[in-house]
Design a protein around this ligand. Sequence first.
Ligand code: AMP
Length: 281
Amino acid sequence: MQICETKSELRSALQKLRKDGKSVGLVPTMGYLHEGHMTLVRRAVAENDVVAASIFVNPTQFGNPEDLEKYPRDMERDLNLLRAEGVSVVFTPVPSEMYHANAQTIVETKDLANTLMGELRPGHFRGVATVVTKLFNLFQPTRAYFGEKDYQQLLVIKTMVRDLDIPVDVCGVPTVRETDGLAMSSRNVRLSDAARKAAPIIAQSLDHADTLVASGITVASLRQKIWDHIATETLANVQSIDIQDAYTLAPLDGKIKSDIVILVAVEFDPVLLIDQRVISV
Ligand code: AMP
């Protein structure tokens, strides 16, 4: 497995690997890998001739400097995990390698970037879209793999690829969970013991939603019931619960008559956890 810290090392590594029209699968990550990331990697290995990954904690998608600074990192462990799965090349740039000191260009999926989680975290999706565009240009992958856990992010990337004619197949992968239902996240290690015990309430509230939708509930009362359920946990500070059209993220009201996605963001001080559930009707 080749580890490339610079763009030029990456380009020459990929040039050799891509010979004879080999397909390349890319898994972009911010590191501190868990079973969720490794599921993306395994799918990429199954579907492509060559698999590449990136480990880059992207400063431009963090609004809060403390969140960026405290983001967990363990490069050696991550590299061993990727090597064990048969990844061929890993890109591990520092921010000054990734971004020109006088960078002027951003990529923004206008409406989609500034609604929902984008309102809660201004500038976040612009940072994501810009860095993922750069990764697509650097790797020129055949396919790229992203988790459905970051549902709005997945839609932002699919939209940007469509609008900018980027020649990559964007593949979504279902959320991988701990045995108690908590969505796996690199941030989970920052939870206190008490918060870690409490956090599965998020997934439980979503399990509960399936039955409520089947009973013909309205959007407003479904939202309220999920909110109340999570709020029974005193450590949980609900930031947002949004129930939107599953494919466009358009707002909905009244009885639920089409496929929805429920997007939940809950803070267990100081860690923001997100989860989602698509419900087909
Ligand atoms: P991150 O390192 O948090 O930026 O995540 C890198 C990729 O892994 C993103 O596409 C995430 O959506 C995906 N991912 C993170 N957690 C999970 C999970 N629990 N299940 C599936 N995919 C995940």
